[in-house]
Design a protein around this ligand. Structure first.
Ligand SMILES: *Cc1c(COP(=O)(O)O)cnc(C)c1O
Length: 429
């Protein structure tokens, strides 16, 4: 008789997993107070005290800067906006090249397009999945202006090596820290490792405010330029006596008082939420270490990982079946997460499709360009073999280790993986 659920056997679990829930009465009270004040956003796109936003926005920026040890924190309405503002602040312009990773959320690679600059893809490290310093160095040309590094899945990028390369070539490092709040590299927090760091507060992240982002930097000029870009720069640069006008066409990237007051509560919870997550990851990795064809991700020496998700590598040769067949069988043993049933069981083969495969690069129909043949052929030929192998064969991750998972929930995850591993012959044809 078949045992595996995917073959008609009984599931390990028949109950939904708990959702990751970080909002409680504290946020409700804080939001109510803002609503009662009648001022939901205090920003004014003019050179005035309110150019820097209302009390909750300013409090949130102070708290964030203090927590992460940065001189300046600039709140925005998303990390996407934050990355665009960061590139504007450093003066990336048409024809400049920006080195990016193909393995991230799309904006980590598309942000340069907003300034007519050219994203140049470099490959990632096979074990930590962040930009590979060796390949980054190979991709540098006279036109390279910046590198956008991503602390993928919560693992800080190789800051010593990449920062050294950047310094040597006088290139700016912009760190996409959306997935790694409070991850550490030596004695510094991720986000403060490069010249500018960008955090996200969307609802998939460790803490959230609905939508939102925070940028950190120690550079006064970048900070001022990002405050301008966030808030209708062109209306302010004159009265503010700013003369460096490059990329000073402003956006509205402002965070509301509501999001800021939620963030002010969320900041206080971040450490505890992260500790629980790390404890759950340690438990799962230990329990599952007996499965020889799974390799729960290594953590870079001298760093701590924030485990946005829990990545692992699958060894097809040792297992005798493909990653996707294995993952589908494990998922069949389990149940989705409450309130996210439509997304299925939160165990995933691969991550984002390598970004150079996106239509925007393959057709080059992006901002300000239409079918540039020379560039198109560049993106058609781009090969990042490590990313391709990770994505299509080896890498998987799960989210069943968040702070609301109980011991019983975690044990069900362990049981599901072990059951499929023990009955793997059922999956071989
Ligand atoms: C979530 C995420 C973003 C975008 O964040 P938003 O706040 O939704 O704009 C950018 N980069 C990475 C790596 C992310 O995970």
């Amino acid at each position: 008789m078949k045992k595996l659920a995917i073959n008609g056997g009984k599931k390990v679990r028949n109950k939904l997993f708990p959702m990751y829930k970080v909002i409680d009465d504290k946020e409700i009270k804080a939001v109510t107070k803002v609503l009662k004040s009648g001022i939901l956003s205090r920003f004014l796109g003019a050179w005035h005290l309110d150019f820097y936003g209302g009390p909750e926005v300013q409090k949130c920026e102070k708290a964030w800067a203090k927590m992460f040890g940065a001189k300046y924190a600039i709140s925005v309405n998303s990390a996407t906006s934050g990355l665009i503002a960061a590139l504007g602040a450093v003066g990336v312009k048409e024809g400049d090249e920006v080195i990016v990773t193909p393995y991230s959320m799309s904006i980590s690679a598309t942000a340069p397009l907003f300034y007519g600059a050219i994203p140049v893809f470099a490959d990632v490290e096979p074990d930590y999945f962040c930009l590979d310093p060796k390949d980054v160095e190979k991709k540098i040309t006279k036109k390279t202006k910046a590198i956008i590094v991503v602390d993928l899945f919560g693992q800080p990028y190789d800051a010593d090596k990449i920062n050294k390369i950047a310094k040597k070539h006088k290139i700016v490092v912009i760190e996409d820290t959306a997935q790694a709040p409070l991850a550490r590299y030596k004695n510094k927090y991720a986000g403060t490792l490069g010249d500018i760091g960008v955090f996200s507060l969307n609802y998939h992240k460790h803490i959230h405010s609905g939508e939102g982002g925070i940028i950190v930097t120690n550079n006064k000029r970048y900070a001022e330029r990002m405050q301008l870009i966030r808030n209708h720069a062109e209306a302010v640069v004159g009265p503010k006596k700013v003369t460096d006008l490059q990329n000073m066409v402003g956006f509205n990237f402002r965070m509301t008082e509501i999001e800021a007051t939620i963030t002010n509560q969320q900041i206080k919870k971040l450490k505890t939420l992260l500790q629980k997550r790390i404890k759950n990851v340690d438990f799962l990795a230990k329990e599952l270490s007996s499965i020889k064809f799974l390799n729960f991700s290594k953590v870079r020496p001298n760093t701590s990982h924030a485990f946005y998700v829990h990545p692992f590598l699958f060894d097809e040769k040792k297992a005798g079946i493909s990653r996707d067949v294995f993952i589908d069988a494990v998922k069949a043993e389990l149940m989705p997460t409450e309130n996210r049933v439509g997304e299925g069981v939160k165990i995933v083969s691969g991550y984002t499709r390598p970004l150079y495969e996106l239509p925007v690069f393959q057709s080059l129909e992006f901002v300000g360009r239409k079918g540039d043949k020379k560039l198109m052929s560049k993106y058609k030929k781009v090969t990042c073999p490590v990313v391709a192998d990770l994505h299509y064969n080896k890498l998987a991750f799960h989210e069943l280790m968040h702070a609301n998972m109980t011991k019983t929930d975690l044990l069900d995850v362990v049981k599901a993986f072990k059951k499929v591993a023990e009955n793997i012959d059922e999956l071989k044809k």
